[in-house]
Every structure is written in structure tokens, then in C-alpha cells.
Design a protein around this ligand. Structure first.
Ligand code: PLP
Length: 391
């Protein structure tokens, strides 16, 4: 019967992140640096307002691109916060950033058309592209180059079938931000080669060291060809509400909304009310969480920097570190399993994000400082044992 499964689904490997979580569930006393979601609950005020609205009757289908007042509020937020200068016609609210990915690729890709994706990358990109009939073409980056995408590597990967270049900054899994001059170069290349750009900016509010979020959308001539993917999940600690959005050229957003109408009909009504409540909160709601992630980043980075055999770039955004362990192991998958069973700490082997990440593991600093310290103590003990065995 298995052969009846669609090839495109059959090819997809089960999620390594979910697999690690399932294994961890069966063990006691595990500290998980595995799954990429804030440990904070949604602010009670947001939940309360959403439930109030549910009681008042916001329980029906909504416009496919989201409630008008939410779209308006989102534009106001995006313009005030990031200077994006978008209008309601350019915005669609979706069921998570995931819903925006689906709408984007379905609206654009003909069979066999290619999407260039910097590697390592968020694992859902591949199925999202393939289910829409497209091909993911990884563009390798390396630890040595700080995982920065080079225009030369992008250029080498371009074929007559290339339609879209993806960017993800702040980046999952490395926690790094694409430098402004790289965004300049990529924008130039995209225009020269007539590529569309999909910029995944779901971590836009989680940037450290006093940085301001920067987007390729702002480069000259890029508004016509760039779509930005956003989400309430990470910044507002609202992963379970499944609320995201996309904005970009009107001609494309219009087609994405056609897809959304037949995909989920509309984003969830009560979640949209929660989203509206979130946008009306004081900025400190998000800034305080970002400051807490920065504190944890400092703690993690300072410790990992001094662990023998570990190389690390200082994360500048999101809530991930991606240390390189090539001096300790040549099999990070086995390393992650052994670490889980011997020391009860979950990390994600970097190969889950593509071959360029193979020598690294992803650590999400989504536990408080005490637990993070304990996880790092266990990690340190484990690598000391590993190094000893290697001798
Ligand atoms: N893009 C990136 C880079 C992510 O890390 C995630 C979630 O982990 C998403 C998109 C999708 O997020 P959501 O669907 O929760 O908005």
C-alpha cells in the first residue's frame, strides 16, 4: 500500500527536530535546546482580548487575506517599526509563516522551476517548494565564511529555470544576520538576473547588540520583486496561534490571496484578534523578550567560546547558536543522540539543515539562564568525555 503515497511526499524525510523531541519525551530530566520556539507563553493580555473577541462573535470565516482592521494595523506596525512603507493591497495575513510560504510558492512555481536557497536552511523550505512542483537548489555557505551567502555562489547556481532567490535573516539555524553589503550585492544580482526574491524575516524583532533589522526590500528597485515573510510566532511568542503574513508587490500578493482562499479559506479568526491585540501592546512586550534572548546569547557564547574543540560565531539575532564540532566528532547525528541519552540535552544535528551544516549542531537558547547553564555544564562534561575517548 505504501507505494500509493505520492512520490513528492514519499521523498520527504521525517523532521529530525520532531524526532529528537519524540525521543526526549520518553526520558526524564531532559533540557531541550531543540525546538525553535520561545519558551515564553503568549502575554495574558493578548489571550484575554482574543477570547473576549471570540465571545463577541469573531468565530466566523474572515476575508481570505485577513480582517481589514488587522491588515491596516499590520501595515501601520510594519511602516512605523521598519519603515517598510507598505499599503493594505500589498499585505496578506496567513496561517503562520508556513502559510505564507505555501501561498508564495504555489502562486509562482511552474513544474521544475528552481528556487535558490542558502544552505544551511529551515528544513520546511524543501517540502514547501517541492509540493508546489518546484526544485530547491541549495547554495552552500560555510562556517569559515561566517555562513554568509556570496553573490558568486548564487551566480554559479543560476540556470535558465531559476525563478526565486531566498534569503533568511536573522537566520535559522545559525543565528546570524546577513551583512548590509551582502544584501546590496544580492539585490544587484537579483535585478541583473531578473530573479524574484523571497526574504524570510520571521525573526525581525529578535536582533541583538542594538542593531536595527535590515531588509533587502529596502534596496533600490527591490520592492517590485521582493516578498517578505513575517510571523507573530517568534517575536510575540505566539507559535500556537498560527499567524503569519507576507507583503510584497501587489500583483503577486493578489495571486497569493487566490491560493489562500482555496488552501485554508482564511487565517483563524480568533488568532487574528490575538494578532491585533499583540500589535496594540507596548513595544516593551517584544523588546523585553529580545533582551532576555540576548542575555542568554551572551551566556551561551561566552561558555562555548572556551570549550575545547568548539568553534562558534557570535549569534546576532533569532535564538540559535550553531557551533562547529569538527574537532570533536565527524558524525554530529550520532553526537546528538549520544548527548541526549548520556546527558539528557537535546541539540539538533546540523545536517538536518543541509550538507553545509553537517559539522555543526543547532542550539536554541529557549530555556532560562539557570537551565541553560545546566545544559552547558552537561554539554561540557560530554565533550570532555568524547575528547578523552578520542585519545
Ligand atoms: N521561517 C523560519 C526561518 C522559521 O524558523 C520558521 C519556524 O521555525 C518559520 C519560517 C515558520 O514559522 P511560523 O509558521 O510559526 O510562522
Amino acid at each position: 500500500m505504501q507505494t500509493k503515497i505520492a512520490e513528492v511526499v514519499h521523498r520527504i524525510r521525517p523532521s529530525v527536530i520532531r524526532d529528537m523531541a519524540l525521543r526526549a519525551e520518553k526520558l526524564d530530566n531532559v533540557i531541550s535546546l531543540g525546538i525553535g520556539e520561545p519558551d515564553f507563553h503568549t502575554a495574558p493580555e493578548i489571550s484575554r482580548l482574543a477570547l473576549q473577541d471570540a465571545e463577541a462573535g469573531y468565530t466566523h470565516y474572515t476575508p481570505s487575506k485577513g480582517y481589514g482592521d488587522l491588515v491596516e494595523a499590520l501595515c501601520e506596525y510594519l511602516n512605523r517599526y521598519f519603515g517598510h512603507g507598505v499599503s493594505p493591497e500589498q499585505v496578506a495575513v496567513t496561517s503562520g509563516g508556513m502559510g505564507a510560504l505555501t501561498a508564495y510558492f504555489r502562486a509562482l512555481l511552474n513544474p521544475g522551476e528552481e528556487v535558490l536557497v542558502p544552505e544551511p536552511y529551515f528544513p520546511s523550505y524543501r517540502p514547501q517548494i517541492e509540493w508546489a512542483g518546484g526544485q530547491l537548489v541549495p547554495v552552500p555557505t560555510s562556517f569559515e565564511q561566517g555562513f554568509v551567502l556570496t553573490p558568486e555562489a548564487v551566480e554559479r547556481a543560476i540556470t535558465p529555470r531559476t525563478k526565486v532567490l531566498m534569503i533568511n535573516s536573522p537566520h535559522n539555524p545559525t543565528g546570524l544576520i546577513t551583512p548590509p553589503e551582502t544584501l546590496d550585492d544580492l539585490a544587484y544580482l537579483a535585478k541583473e538576473k531578473d530573479l524574484l526574491v523571497l526574504s524570510d524575516e520571521v525573526y525581525d524583532r529578535l536582533v541583538f547588540d542594538g542593531r536595527r533589522h535590515d531588509s533587502i526590500f529596502h534596496r533600490p528597485g527591490m520592492r517590485e520583486r521582493t516578498t517578505v515573510l513575517g510571523s507573530f510566532s517568534k517575536s510575540f511568542a505566539m507559535t500556537g496561534w498560527r499567524l503569519g503574513y507576507a507583503f510584497g508587490p501587489e500583483w503577486l500578493v493578489k495571486e497569493m490571496v487566490k491560493v489562500l482562499a482555496h488552501y485554508t479559506s482564511c487565517p483563524p479568526s480568533v488568532s487574528q484578534r490575538a494578532g491585533l491585540a499583540a500589535l496594540r501592546q507596548a513595544p516593551s512586550l517584544v523588546d523585553d523578550m529580545a533582551a532576555e534572548f540576548e542575555k542568554r546569547r551572551d551566556l551561551l557564547y561566552e561558555k562555548l567560546l572556551h570549550f575545547p574543540g568548539v568553534k562558534i560565531h557570535k549569534p546576532t539575532g533569532a535564538f540559535y547558536a550553531f557551533p562547529n564540532l569538527e574537532a570533536i566528532t565527524d558524525n554530529t547525528e550520532q553526537f546528538a543522540l549520544d548527548l541526549l541519552y548520556e546527558e539528557r540535552v537535546v541539540v539538533i544535528p546540523g545536517g538536518a539543515f543541509g550538507a553545509s551544516g553537517q559539522q555543526c549542531v543547532r542550539m536554541a537558547f529557549t530555556v532560562d539562564c539557570d537551565r541553560l547553564t545546566e545544559a552547558l555544564n552537561r554539554f561540557s562534561r560530554f565533550i570532555a568525555k568524547k575528547m578523552e575517548r578520542k585519545k
